[in-house]
Design a protein around this ligand. Sequence first.
Ligand code: KDG
Ligand code: MG
Length: 408
Amino acid sequence: MNITAAEVIVTSPDRNFVTLKLTTDDGLVGWGDGTLNGRELSVASYLTDHVVPLLLGRDAHRIEDTWQFLYRSAYWRRGPVTMAAIAAVDVALWDLKAKAAGMPLYQLLGGASRNGLMAYGHASGRDEAELFDSIRRHLDQGFRSIRVQTSVPGIDAVYGVRAPAGEEPEHHYEPALRAAQPMEEDWDTRAYLRHIPRVFEAVRSEFGPELPLLHDVHHRLTPIQAARLGKDLEPYDLFWMEDCTPAENQDALRLVRQHTTTPLAIGEVFNTVWDYQTLIKDQLIDYVRSAVTHTGGITAMRKLLDYAAQYQIKSGIHGPTDISPVGMAAALHLDLAIHNFGIQEYMQHGDATNEVFRQTFSFENGYLHPGHQPGLGVELDEDAAAKFPYRPAYLPYNRLKDGTVHDW
Ligand code: KDG
Ligand code: MG
């Protein structure tokens, strides 16, 4: 099964996606996701200019060898662009192998370890009434675990708060706004730390003790501030507190951990197992948040999650809408096969994205399933993709009241 063609497709239905298409001499087609939100064309170039020429004529069955070859022959290691490009190749190869075997990918990864994948949705509101409505809407859609984000008095624009249903399409709050410059948002740590525990107190008293609740701090706190928030949230029994502090310095999480029993999730901006070495070995976290798309694909994620399993650390694979349906499907097959599955993030894509990416995965009663089609179960419709050309889009960034740039 040799690779005869490799092509990078950049399309922008609701947002930009970078997709790798591999074709083999058996006539099979495999798809990989290389989308890196806000920096999409760098991965497209890495693939087109540097990787595609190396793939032509290679045996598509040799997944591990191709992974090692791309990782080591580049000489320059790690980094989001490289690892997203390797992920695109790796996932496309797994798609091909599973199609060649006539099996859904999870069968090649060891078969199903469960019947479905508990998914969490994103509820948010500018005030309590909007937040409660959003939670109810998500419960009506079938979600049984909910991420809670709200506006904060004293902050004009906060991460993760979408306009209520009816005012804008659900997917429209997306942070990668189609602007020529990154949007500026503002941040006030003291206002945030005062407000968030009150929000969770209100949500718990309205929705009861059972509903799993999650919260994303989005890298904004110092370790001691994160420790305080974790302690303040303990009465509300969170499923996890995500990205409470930036973790280039992995030891930062040690301080948070010493102060709170609120479970910690981290890793959506990481791209290799090395970013987790201390975090996992010293049991400083509870959930691994990497995306298959940003962490070298199925091959690398499987190894990372197996390492985490030795320490009773579970998966919480990144699944916002900047992961394409191809990347989502890869996550779902892996989730189904591994033993240490925790939860899967699920933000539904918009209609235009679903028109470009034909999917077979399902969401019922709070559980996702990748479906039973051979391969990933997602096919890109190239005619539909061509209707949505690339448009530059940046993620927002933050400034403090005095004008200092802050983590977003
Ligand atoms: O591209 C950035 C988004 O993927 C990120 O902001 C989403 O934090 C996120 C999440 O938890 O889904
Ligand atoms: Mg996050």
